[in-house]
Design a protein. Sequence first.
Length: 313
Amino acid sequence: MDEVQEQALEWARDIGILGSEKFFQECVECGYARCASMAFPNASLADLSLATRWVVFLFALDVHTDETPYNSLSPEHRAFLRNMGALVSRNADSLIEPESLKSPFGEALLELWVTSRMQFQNPGWERRFSRCFHDYQSSALWEIALRKTGEVPDYSTFSTYKLRSCQAPIGVGLVELFSPTVLPDAVLDSFLMENVRLLVCDLINMVTDLGSVQREQGFEAVPNTFTSLQHTLAATPDETVLHYTSIWHARMKTLRSIRDRIDQFYLSTGAHERHIPATRDYINELILCLGGSIEFIHESHRYSPSVDIKLES
């Protein structure tokens, strides 16, 4: 594990995405290889190395974009944010601003993307995963604009946009890449499985955007899930905690119910009955990712909830 961590950080430092020595020390203390191993417990050693580089890249991108005042972001990084989706698009005619390729984040993303494509050769995953980056791009730009206004949006608007701009959809996409469970594209593209992935994303999003409230202050106001929900309800913190945990447990119950009753839902996926066990295994892989993400977030000093909420996967 230590060797995987060291190699990932050396790669990130060489390519130029780690930034300050302070963030490098945070990476060492957080243990992103451990985070990857908890989120993708069935990954091989080679896959774990790649997954750890993905995790380091995503956290470095999050830190640099969220914790740097907009006016201090380099033109290359802003171009990268505008072109993130095009960098991983399979369309040959996708227009890419040359400045975006000068960003170390652009270089890192292209390397990870090409390595993943060559290592797994999974066109269905490429298509689904590239869509996550298009969503990330549009929502990250929305969030930057929101930071400048200081506006606190309603809960529905905030959670919808933030769900796309957080790392959860990309992390859930990596579950498919590193999972030993093989399912046909028709199943993975079905309405049911799209909603299963969204449920997992939303559960991770609720934790991360509640927990990150203390680290996203000081220059441009960044609202979080809890703030937006309290604003929408016009409620006290205690009332909001009760409502928040109710949402969490309802969505967790729904996810488990789909898994446990997948034999009743499989026809809606267009799949053959023989795919039921594999579909159940894949949902369990997503739940393992959810649990590993929450465990990491609860232990990491990067997430310091100002509200005491007990959540279990």
